[in-house]
Design a protein. Structure first.
Length: 617
């Protein structure tokens, strides 16, 4: 008895120590967090950049362009500031466009300089929206110049809209085209004795192919080639128009390109100038002097200028809250069941934002901005139900498709009053699948067996046992029902028969232009057009935009990001010492595994487009 009591006492003392340690850890984390906030506030105070009386706005974007900013890891932010390192930049698409538009009417801003060497590769749909603002800036009578050492594809696209494109004599323009590539794991899974059970409907539903094949199927190759060619055609058409050159010159065959390069003795910069891609090859000192002559001197051996990151915070609306609001709900990322943070679409959290808009009398219309390859079928339906509820409440819902609104992204869009896409939007992929891996063969090879009894045929279903044929049939029937549900929505809300919906579904991917021709969207247009449609449907004479957000508390951010940091450190421990040449492969494997691990549909049914999210620019 004493031994038992002594053991219980040790257990409670251990639990108390754990509680005390956890309490002290949380208190210390909060303390460090608030110290960091104070440090940031003090470091920023008194150091606000001043805008000269006249200056050029330098669009010096660094990092990715996103629909909605994700939460910054507070621990990383504090560490970066302590080490004097700049934090990772996320550039919100709408902030960029609004800033350029504000600069076009600001008398202090005398021109725009595109210095995009730090800008990440970006989907063409987003680039076109920024380019629209650059064109408006030019129409205001202000010059636009682009400068760079080497231009990557996305960087050059925006630069082609400049009045003049300058490049280093040792630089070059790299136009690689568009592609969709992924890794295939079938042989690896076979060698590991892992059984992959796939349930799907849709001839072109290719998400499962990396786990069942060693190469792309003919059907996937056919569909992907079609929309990739349309994207590249749009890119080359825009650039050729801007640069007053022939479209075909941007896509020479390999032999022609080699001959062109030989003609300039392998000088990529000279070739870029000869092809008409740049206006002048110029060194940095000479370019600096040219810009000083154009915009004036800043008194420090450079031209009068202000960075985008210094100018953007000065651009804000002074309008008072309006009784007529058009709410904007951003649905960006994969669709996951439950409540999720920004950067991922949570079925519950996104539905909550739509519900908040429905219950607010000031909101007269809603724009659902979709940029998603899809995900959980259940979560997609939870979100779509709130779209229907908004319509029943008499509030029109307009979907504005961004770069990508495929599979589940189309599911949540299907019942809106009006659907707008851009010609280069990737949409469709109307199909559904489930995937289950079991490890019984690998375990048996190691001498491990699973056996037992259960009350139903489903009691023992799991990853360590062979999947019974009857259970597999149950899974497939569920997937077929989900597919019929999906095309039923398309048929109902797009005014077409089930046969017509099935014909254009089958998991096939379409561009926005094709989707318009097929009746999947109502019109082509960008976010500005979506606003105009929402205002028209709500019959508003005046309005203001209201961006619906529900940010996490600082405590929630800290706790969630602490776990995220631990996971990233684990990945670094496993892969960090690998040669740099194969790190992209390991990163792709980690991405694929992360995608699978994030799937949490209650019934295991997914409407997700893998090739849509694997576009290489």
């Amino acid at each position: 008895m004493k031994v038992i009591l002594k053991g219980i006492g040790k257990l409670f003392r251990a639990i108390w120590k754990l509680i005390s340690f956890t309490r002290q850890l949380i208190i210390n984390l909060f303390f460090l967090f608030f110290i960091g906030l104070i440090f940031l506030a003090l470091s920023k105070s008194g150091d606000e950049p001043s805008l000269p009386e006249e200056a050029a706005l330098v669009l010096d974007l660094s990092g990715p362009i996103v629909e909605q900013r994700t939460y910054i890891n507070p621990i990383d932010q504090l560490a970066s500031n302590a080490l004097g390192q700049p934090p990772v930049q996320e550039n919100v698409l709408f902030d960029i466009v609004d800033t350029i538009r504000a600069a076009s009417t600001d008398n202090r801003i005398t021109g725009l300089v595109l210095n995009l060497k730090g800008m990440a590769e970006t989907n063409l749909t987003k680039l076109r929206y920024i380019a629209k603002a650059v064109e408006e800036f030019k129409q205001a009578g202000k010059p636009v110049y682009a400068l760079g050492d080497n231009y990557k594809q996305s960087q050059y696209y925006l630069s082609s809209y400049a009045d003049k494109v300058f490049m280093s004599p040792d630089g070059g323009v790299l136009l690689t085209g568009y592609g969709s590539y992924t890794l295939y794991y079938k042989n690896l899974l076979d060698k590991l004795d892992i059984n992959t059970h796939v349930f799907r409907v849709g001839t072109y539903k290719s998400f499962v192919e990396p786990y069942t094949r060693n190469d792309m199927s003919d059907e996937a190759r056919e569909a992907n080639t079609a929309w990739l060619n349309q994207l590249w055609g749009a890119y080359t058409s825009d650039v050729a128009k801007n640069r007053h050159i022939e479209t075909h010159s941007l896509t020479p065959n390999l032999q022609t390109f080699v001959e062109q390069l030989k003609s300039v003795n392998g000088d990529f910069a000279k070739l870029s100038e000869k092809m008409g891609l740049v206006d002048e090859l110029i060194t940095r000192p000479a370019l600096r002097q040219k810009l000083i002559e154009e915009f004036g001197s800043d008194g420090e051996n450079s031209f009068s200028q202000i960075s985008y990151y210094d100018y953007q915070p000065t651009v804000f609306s002074t309008d008072l809250p309006s009784p007529n609001q058009v709410a904007v709900v951003i649905a960006s990322g994969a669709i996951v069941d439950g409540a999720q943070r920004q950067g991922t679409i949570g079925g519950d959290s996104t539905a909550a934002l739509l519900r908040e808009a429905r219950l607010d009398d000031a909101v007269k219309a809603v724009i659902l901005r979709v940029d998603s390859p899809g995900g959980s079928a259940f979560a997609s339906e939870v979100i779509r139900n709130e779209v229907d509820a908004l319509k029943l409440a008499g509030k029109p819902v307009v979907v504005s498709m961004s770069s990508l609104a495929a599979s589940g992204g189309y599911w949540i869009s299907s019942s809106a009053d009006r659907i707008l896409a851009q010609p280069t939007t990737i949409t469709g992929s109307i199909g559904i699948f489930a995937i289950l891996t079991t490890f019984e063969k690998g375990l048996e090879n190691m001498g491990i067996y699973n056996d037992g009894v259960g009350t139903t045929p489903f009691s023992g279903v799991g990853v360590t046992r062979k999947l019974p044929d009857g259970v597999a049939e149950v899974f497939q029937l569920g997937i077929e029902h989900g597919y019929q549900r999906f095309i039923g929505l398309v048929s109902q809300y797009r005014n077409m028969s089930l046969e017509q919906a099935d014909k254009i579904a089958q998991g096939r991917v379409w561009t926005g232009q094709d989707a318009l021709d097929l009746g999947l969207v109502d019109q082509l247009g960008d976010f500005d057009d979506a606003i105009a449609v929402a205002v028209e449907l709500a019959k508003l004479e005046s309005y203001e935009l209201r961006w619906m957000e529900e940010p996490l508390s600082p405590a929630e951010i800290l706790l969630q990001e602490f776990a995220s940091e631990a996971r990233s450190q684990l990945v670094a421990m496993v892969f960090g010492e690998l040669p740099a040449a194969i790190q992209p492969v390991t990163q792709q494997v980690v991405t694929d595994l992360t995608t699978l691990s994030n799937f949490n549909d209650p019934k295991g049914q997914y409407a997700f487009c893998l090739n849509c999210s694997n576009i290489e620019k």
